[in-house]
Design a protein around this ligand. Structure first.
Ligand code: ADP
Length: 475
């Protein structure tokens, strides 16, 4: 693969290209203007010479013979420079005047028939460049062909010099422009190099480092700010994961060490069958607790990785709540808890995953039971209003303090760690519940008074029978 040129070099090259094209257009334009002007001046001189000749011929007698004219013209022009490259012929081919230079090189005269209008011509005579003007003039009924020329040496020399200066100057300008262009692009891109350098040094161990904050007020500042915001997000995600791992290991350590201690004590000396049974019961209890903790951890890890797939479809929430109510009715009966449920007879359709919503209800009801000292009351209510279905789980338990309320959905957060653990909780239930609610595009609110009880309200969007397919996106 060919290595691409750096942005700095590419910018400089494009800048140079544009500059060079601009210079070419400017140089060529100037050269043509100068050339045009120089030839204009030369043409003016030639026209002046023709006019002079006309005036001179007009000043002669109208019946002057050819030889008389020859004599007069020669007398005047031989001494004048304007006659150096002049030749005049009358309509019969008689030479009225012919400068010695033109005679020497025998410049052919333009025939009368060809010369309708004055004509300019560049030609070399005797290896020297000339510009000639040929014209006919009528004087007293006689027609003369006049040709006069001026050397083009000066014009060509001026143009040559101009070209040389232009080329030298252009090369110097191009050099200067490339240096300045490169310097400018380096200066403009220097912050990018700085950003790259700092970014290269950021790794998992120093995620708190930030890119140098630029105050340029341009795209680069926006870039560095955006990257810094991204780093902040990555850092907090990274910290959350590290915290989660640390908390998870900590939570797992307790039951495992309890299992180990229980087994060690049991094995220390020989015991009777009852004692062994008691130990194994403890071990089993802790093992069950551990496996449910591992189950919860796995759920959250899969959810984080976006791999916890839900079977989302149109479902009758009424049926699900009713089934859960029946299950809990039996469980509560044995615990001196008064459990009431209120589910509408009509269908309440939502789009969701039956298993996940059952799990959500189990978590909320399990908490209600755990944090309500018996005898107490627990209610499970389903209502359908306007666009939403609202599930309420209400208990008459210990309640949640104002400080704890915003935090109870955090992973491993427990208002009373000891009590929660004693009741078999690891502080993950509500985190899982919240994830399920979010996946169903719902929301949850809590009302609670300490010592009097808590109410959890879960609101889910209703799905009307006619509604189109629910496009579920997992977050
Ligand atoms: P846990 O396994 O500890 O029950 P959860 O995530 O389900 O974890 O709940 C987090 C914390 O929220 C609990 O430890 C408890 O302090 C508080 N909590 C949850 N539900 C209730 C409730 N119905 N009444 C009082 N406190 C509750």
């Amino acid at each position: 693969m060919t290595k691409r040129l750096s942005i700095g070099v590419r910018l400089t090259l494009s800048y140079l290209l544009i500059f060079a094209v601009g210079q070419c257009i400017f140089g060529l334009g100037m050269w043509f203007i100068l050339r045009h002007n120089l030839y204009d001046i030369a043409d003016d001189t030639l026209e002046g010479q023709i006019d002079d000749a006309r005036h001179f011929l007009e000043a002669q007698r109208c019946d002057a013979s050819v030889s008389k004219l020859q004599e007069e013209v020669n007398e005047t022009y031989v001494l004048e420079h304007s006659g150096d490259y002049l030749q005049i012929q009358d309509e019969h081919g008689n030479w009225i005047y012919r400068s010695s230079f033109l005679q020497q090189h025998n410049l052919p005269v333009v025939s009368l028939n060809q010369l309708k209008n004055p004509s300019y011509e560049d030609r070399r005579v005797g290896h020297r460049p000339f510009r000639f003007l040929s014209a006919t003039i009528d004087v007293y009924g006689r027609t003369f062909v006049i040709q006069t020329g001026i050397p083009e040496n000066d014009i060509l020399r001026t143009l040559g010099l101009f070209r040389r200066y232009l080329l030298t100057f252009a090369a110097l300008m191009l050099l200067a422009a490339s240096a300045v262009g490169y310097w400018l692009s380096r200066r403009a891109l220097a912050p990018v190099d700085d950003l790259t350098r700092t970014a290269r040094n950021i790794s998992g161990t120093n995620l708190s480092s930030r890119l140098q904050r630029l105050n340029t007020g341009d795209e680069l500042q926006r870039l560095s700010d955006t990257l810094n915001e991204m780093l902040a997000r990555i850092e907090s995600a990274f910290l959350r994961v590290s915290q989660f791992t640390a908390d998870a290991s900590h939570e797992l350590r307790t039951p495992i060490s309890l299992i180990r201690t229980e087994a060690e004590i049991a094995l220390r000396k020989s015991r009777n069958e009852l004692e062994y049974q008691e130990s194994l019961r403890h071990i089993l209890q802790e093992a069950e607790r551990t496996s449910s903790l591992v189950e919860e951890l796995l759920s959250l890890a899969r959810a984080d990785a976006g791999r916890e797939s839900l079977d989302i479809r149109r479902m009758n929430l009424g049926d699900t709540v009713r089934q859960i109510a029946i299950k809990w009715q039996h469980a509560m009966a044995s615990r001196q808890m008064r459990f009431t449920s209120n589910v509408p007879v009509r269908d309440v359709y939502v789009v969701g995953d039956t298993t996940a919503l059952s799990r959500l209800l189990n978590i909320l009801l399990d908490n209600a039971v755990k944090y309500t000292p018996s005898p107490g009351t627990i209610e499970l209510i389903l209502e359908a209003e306007n666009e939403s279905a609202v599930i309420t789980v209400r208990d008459s338990g210990i309640g949640i303090s104002d400080e704890d309320r915003p935090r109870i959905f955090e992973r491993f957060y427990r208002a009373d760690k000891a009590r929660s653990r004693e009741l078999g909780g690891a502080g993950l239930g509500l985190a899982i519940a919240e994830w399920i609610i979010t996946q169903h595009r719902g929301r949850v609110t809590i009302e609670s008074t300490q010592g009097q009880g808590s109410s959890f309200f879960v609101t889910l969007p209703l799905q009307n029978a006619e509604d189109a397919v629910f496009e579920h996106t997992q977050g």
